[in-house]
Write a protein that binds this ligand. Sequence first.
Ligand SMILES: C[S@@+](CC[C@H](N)C(=O)[O-])C[C@H]1O[C@@H](n2cnc3c(N)ncnc32)[C@H](O)[C@@H]1O
Length: 214
Amino acid sequence: MEELYRQKSLEYWDDRHKEYDRASIKVDDWLERFDDLIMAAQKPILDLGCGSGNDTLYLISKGKKVISCDQSPNAIMNIAKNFPECYDIKCFNMLDGMPFEDGSFEIVIADLCLHYFLEKDTKKILDEINRILQPGGHMILRVNSVNDVLHGAGDGREIEPHVYEMEGKTIKRFFDDDDIRYFFKDFDIEYMKEEIMTRYKLEKRLYRVCVRKR
Ligand SMILES: C[S@@+](CC[C@H](N)C(=O)[O-])C[C@H]1O[C@@H](n2cnc3c(N)ncnc32)[C@H](O)[C@@H]1O
């Protein structure tokens, strides 16, 4: 069953990430709050689950070196086409671990890409991010909120607390305050706020979070 979720996720996202050009990519300003950290970073910044590259574009526009990664070959092909300035581009599934040395990064961005997993896989991915961050490094992320009813919170079969099987058998997790504290307990949580994002057609309720590796 878990293999099915993994396969469906890849099919779903690879289909969503067909051809698009740079002009169609919208940046929202959510990373601005962390500009001090971002501007101080000396090493390349990792954009995990980069998708069409909204955050890659933001980081490049700030003059940063970016390594953009996704599971979707189509997403990666478009990133290569649209962002020749990228420092590096990698296609891998986060469930298989991450192809980086321990302590490689000062900053990892994980925007709306950590909420597609069962508990054990979420923990495995977060352990892997912890491994590749340098001590004192930061992960800046957004995840679905349990109040994101316009994007499926509470819809479909609940296969684990706050995890719903969607039509087509992909899964989505929705977080509340306790879930954030639970999943990110091995990090220091420096910022955590539930808020509304308006980049999509329907408003989206999510958590914006910044955690620090101990
Ligand atoms: C909602 S999109 C977010 C894209 C981008 N970060 C943004 O906020 O605009 C989720 C992305 O996570 C990627 N993703 C989901 N599961 C993944 C996995 N197991 N490994 C790598 N990437 C994954 C998808 O392919 C997709 O591009």
